[in-house]
Design a protein around this ligand. Structure first.
Ligand code: MN
Length: 724
């Protein structure tokens, strides 16, 4: 078992003035409260907090973090209390231990909603003190290293959680080695057969690979030293298993087809030397276009800086090389932990981070966006996307760089600049060329957004936006628009219902009756009530009954019979026969457009009119283009309805006797009544016959057209458009 001294030695090596007594005290306390407990492996429980503390020491963290490592399981698994830890070790350590304890209670759930909720809490906890997360990551790493002692079903769940949550977090914090180890350990338990297979294959080719590494390293060294470079280190090592496996799966390659198993690394002293070394290497071997990446000029959001290039090497194989300074390498390996510095404050050295704010930018952004979210599942989508996507860097016309996930579009870019830019985004130019809003942005593109004041987000945008920020904002605005539409529809319906009783809504708006109604119902204001009506959650009749006294409700009903309005309301009342179903909306006044005269089965679309309810057009009706697209809503046919719809059929025939009777026989056979027939001849032997009739649905219409076409002497049959 690891000894405390092993840890103390590491701490002294980077932090000579550390409060070693405090660490010792934490160790003694942990040993006392965990006494008698045993891990699944059979080892004393204390071995686990010791290992965790060692990982934290390797990350060069402060003594509070090391103590937290030693104490992290005491509150959860022993009789120790938070209060006791506060008394013994102070507020700082007690806060951290409690933070880790809270994180440990968060378990990866199969139910996505729960996961999202928990994840959110976790993020909140993390952003308060990064050390909580670092201790949790160290804890997870040791648990993964000893996962073989757990039951198989637990192994898989823990490995999945590690792969989905903790490895990406390690990556976000820029701790390269930790991410790699967590991924490979998870891989081992998630895909045991593939893992074993790949490890064996790599083992078999080891000799060949060592030779290859030596050969390539030698050539790089030779090229650099013959160009008078002195200060450099060259090394090569196999990439980690999970990254090789991912590549095989993503690109459907077999192991034999993967040629860049090795990552070569050149470490130098200064940034200038990075580019110098790159130049010499590019002069020696041919670089592969599109594979050079300059993460020095544009660091990754987790702080990673390096030059990446891929070349055709001495054996004609791909050689991948990373070039960076030793400082950059330190950051690449230790991430956020590499930025911890010890500063003297009042004679006491304390640990501060110079990138704490930078490193947390993404977390803070996530939390900002989270505020707009209602549905936890939306949040989960958002977080997953943001954690896993790679970044692209896009320039604004002014030359600022905006970081976006790969696959981002001009709409994402617009929302990243400012909500208002996104909201009113009309069109986009990329590198001075007009592009569609769904255009995929690529690294280094310059993007310019054209806005227009009354432009609003479209539902279709949700299908292609990539960032959670854009998605969240678009959803929020769409919801608002939907609310306004429902309010309008609701007002329309309720006003009509009032008029039906010979009064107006306005007369009752300030009445005591309506106040009482609001007090008794869950809809507390007129707007809320109208929205509920518009959404179809509330019946207008219930509102009328709640507000109008009995006398007012009976009397005028009889008088209203003959008016045009009452006819319209009858149509509403027989809503099962309006033929149209609206998502979430019932009881809407429905009209069918005369221009295109839709029948059941036609693809249709609805337009909210002012004061006349909903007008239904066929989707291919040219008139749609003239109508305000903001007032458009999706509708579908009510399959249960048996509504007959009037249409016109135009039949061009030979001008001969008996034609009309043959045609009318078809209509009779199909059980269709002709309400009007109009026949014209033009003296050229042809006749145009227009029939007005009512059909039940598109199938019936198609059938009758087919039968008419089959009549000898019929040239064409078509559904006529009205000229109105
Ligand atoms: Mn633990």
């Amino acid at each position: 078992m690891l000894r405390l001294n092993d840890i103390i030695e590491i701490v002294k090596s980077y932090h000579p003035q550390a409060d070693l007594d405090l660490i010792h005290k934490a160790y003694v306390y942990s040993a006392k409260v965990h006494a008698g407990q045993v891990r699944q492996s059979g080892e004393p429980y204390l071995s686990h907090p010791l290992e965790v503390a060692k990982i934290l020491a390797e990350l060069k963290l402060d003594e509070a973090s090391i103590c937290t490592g030693l104490l992290h399981d005491t509150i959860e698994d022993t009789l120790a209390s938070a209060e006791e830890i506060k008394q013994l070790f102070g507020n700082d350590i007690a806060y951290l231990v409690e933070g880790v304890t809270k994180l440990s209670q968060i378990k990866f759930q199969s139910s996505e909603e729960k996961l999202a909720e928990n994840f959110r809490k976790m993020l909140v906890a993390m952003s308060r003190d990064i050390r909580v997360l670092l201790v949790k990551l160290a804890d997870r790493l040791h648990n993964m290293r000893t996962l073989q002692y757990m039951k198989p079903e637990k192994q898989e769940a823990i490995a999945l959680e590690t792969m989905e949550i903790y490895a990406p977090l390690a990556n976000r914090l820029g701790i390269g080695w930790l991410k790699i180890e967590l991924e490979d350990l998870s891989f081992k338990y998630l895909k045991p057969l593939d893992f074993k297979d790949l490890r064996e294959k790599i083992g078999k080719t080891k000799r060949d690979r060592t030779k290859f590494i030596d050969e390539v390293s030698y050539e790089i060294r030779h090229a650099l030293s013959s160009s008078d470079m002195i200060d450099f280190d060259v090394s090569g090592r196999p990439k980690h298993l999970w990254s090789i496996y991912r590549k095989m799966v993503d690109k459907s390659l077999s192991f034999e087809d993967i040629h860049d198993l090795i990552a070569f690394r050149v470490l130098v002293g200064t940034i200038g030397q990075c580019y110098e070394a790159l130049g010499h290497i590019h002069a020696m071997w041919r670089p592969i276009p599109g594979r050079f990446k300059d993460y020095i000029a544009m660091p990754k959001p987790n702080g990673y800086r390096s030059l990446h290039t891929t070349l055709i090497g001495p054996r004609g194989e791909r050689v991948e090389i990373q070039i960076r300074t030793r400082d950059m390498h330190e950051v690449a390996e230790k991430g956020i932990a590499a930025h911890w510095k010890y500063k003297e404050e009042g004679g006491v050295p304390i640990l501060v981070s110079d990138v704490a704010d930078k490193g947390f930018l993404w977390l803070r952004q996530l939390m900002d966006w989270q505020r707009d979210l209602k549905d936890p599942n939306e949040f989960l989508d958002s977080v997953k996307v943001d954690l896993f996507a790679e970044e692209v860097y896009i320039f604004t016309p002014r030359g600022d760089v905006i970081e976006l996930p790969r696959g981002a579009t001009p709409v994402d870019f617009a929302f990243a600049i400012h909500s208002n830019v996104g909201t009113h985004c009309l069109s986009a130019k990329v590198n001075n060329r007009m592009v569609t809003l769904r255009h995929l942005l690529e690294n280094g593109d310059t993007c310019e957004i054209v806005t227009q004041k009354n432009q609003q987000p479209k539902k279709a945008w949700l299908a292609f936006v990539k960032t959670s920020r854009a998605r969240t904002k678009i959803r929020a605005i769409l919801r608002q628009v939907e609310r306004e539409k429902s309010l309008e529809i609701g007002r329309e319906l309720l006003e009509k219902e009032f008029r039906r009783y010979g009064t107006t809504l306005q007369k009752w708006t300030k009445s005591p009756e309506i106040e009482i109604f609001f007090k008794q119902h869950k809809y507390r204001t007129l707007d809320e009530t109208l929205i509920a009506i518009g959404y179809g959650k509330l019946d207008t009749k219930a509102v009328i009954e709640g507000i109008l006294p009995d006398e007012a409700r009976i009397a005028p009903q009889a008088e209203a019979k003959k008016s045009r309005l009452s006819q319209l309301f009858d149509q509403v009342a027989r809503r099962s026969n309006t033929g149209i179903k609206l998502e979430g909306i019932e009881d809407v006044l429905v009209h069918y457009a005369k221009c295109c005269s839709p029948v059941k089965g036609d693809p249709v679309i609805g337009f909210i009119t002012r004061g006349r309810g909903l007008t239904i057009h066929r989707r291919n009706c040219p008139k749609i283009m003239e109508l305000d697209s903001e007032r458009r809503i999706n509708v579908s046919w009510d399959t249960n309805s048996t509504l007959l719809r009037p249409i016109s059929i135009r039949v061009i025939t030979d001008d001969r006797g008996g034609m009309l009777s043959e045609i009318s026989t078809v209509f009779t056979k199909m059980n269709i009544n002709i309400s009007e027939a109009n026949c014209k001849t033009f003296g050229d032997g042809q006749a145009i016959n227009t029939f007005k009739c009512s059909v039940a649905d598109l199938d019936q219409l198609k059938k009758v057209i087919k039968m008419l076409e089959a009549i000898k002497g019929v040239h064409s049959v078509e559904r006529a458009r009205s000229k109105e």
